[in-house]
Design a protein around this ligand. Structure first.
Ligand code: 8YV
Length: 328
């Protein structure tokens, strides 16, 4: 990294306080109109910059990485998930990769809880009925949803977000179950009164609600495959605020349509921004446009993390949020 201010290219528009601070610290170039970069523009940026700050909408694959310039030494991702980056290829070319863990946890857990509530209690359907003048008066059978209290929630991936969701869900009277590569510390398990399932298949078959909260890696692509989705109870619900690729979206849409699952709350999709048209037509589904972590506070915290990672790296130290192969 040169002694002068590093040339930092940010691919999307970030909150003003972050861009101002970046301007003070770095030779920073921004994307004022916020249009996603093409692969060609990304290559151009990677040939010019010392540091690239991409987001989930940038595909940093091996094709663009092999064309990166000599001076590109850091990819400081504005985001927690790094499935948009071929990290192995980056590392093999001497490029450090960082992300923004920890600061989106509470917001994402809030939205996951909101989706659980929305789907089981038909919140969106109810609001839409009013919008379309469909409320003709109360009746005992009007808009019946399902009670959360006492139901079993199976969390797939008990990392920071999974645990934050579990804390909220416990307060709503849900019983916490989880599948993870390994059990969490017994003190956390005790606090959450959580039950660990070594076998994802076994857990899925017994849950009333399943929430996906693990990262998308080659090992978790279609983790919820058609075969596994079929193991779920037809009365069960599924919620995903992690990555669309973790669920076989076509299989899910088919099953929801056929009534083989009760409903779904989805904030993420396999081919964003495209959404399986079948999903859009279903009444028992709440769809959100990848906004689980979208709070101003969260975006500023993410930007702060990006700045700390770049500054530490530029000062010759190891940035705190390095992505290492064991995380992939
Ligand atoms: C962010 C996310 O909005 O950080 C992540 O992994 O999925 C999102 O919540 C997005 O990644 C920003 O790049």
């Amino acid at each position: 990294m040169p002694a002068k201010k590093p040339l930092v290219i940010v691919t999307r528009k970030l909150p003003a306080p972050i861009e101002i601070r970046m301007r003070e610290l770095f030779d920073a170039r921004f994307n004022d109109d916020d249009r996603p970069m093409t692969q060609g523009e990304l290559v151009e940026a990677m040939q010019t910059a010392d540091v690239l700050v991409p987001t989930v909408t940038d595909r940093i694959d091996s094709k663009v990485l092999v064309r990166a310039g000599e001076r590109l030494k850091l990819i400081a991702n504005f985001g927690n998930g790094v499935d948009n980056i071929d990290v192995k290829t980056a590392l093999s070319r001497g490029i450090t990769v960082t992300n923004t863990p920890g600061v989106l946890t509470e917001d994402t857990a809030d939205m996951t809880m909101a989706l659980i509530l929305a789907v089981l209690r038909r919140v969106v359907e109810g609001a839409e009925t009013l919008e379309h003048d469909g409320f003709k008066g109360w009746s005992p059978g009007w808009m019946l949803g399902h009670r959360l209290w006492g139901k079993r929630l199976g969390i797939v991936g008990m990392g920071r977000i999974g645990q934050a969701l579990a804390r909220r869900a416990k307060a709503f009277g849900l019983q916490i179950h989880y599948h993870n590569r390994k059990p969490v510390h017994h003190r956390i398990e005790q606090e959450l009164e959580a039950t660990y399932w070594d076998s994802l298949d076994q857990m899925l078959a017994r849950m009333d609600i399943v929430s996906v909260n693990c990262p998308h890696t080659p090992a978790t692509f279609h983790l919820l495959s058609a075969r596994r989705l079929k193991m779920m109870k037809p009365q069960a619900y599924i919620v995903n605020t992690a990555r669309g690729e973790i669920i076989d979206e076509n299989a899910l849409a088919r099953m929801l349509e056929a009534g083989e699952l009760a409903g779904a709350g989805l904030d993420v999709f396999e081919n964003e921004p495209d959404i399986n048209p079948k999903l859009k037509k279903l009444p028992n589904v709440v769809l959100l446009p990848h906004m689980a972590s979208a709070t101003l506070e969260g975006r500023i915290d993410m930007g702060e993390k990006v700045i700390v990672n770049i500054k530490t790296f530029a000062d010759g130290h190891k940035p705190p949020d390095r992505v290492i192969p064991a995380m992939l």
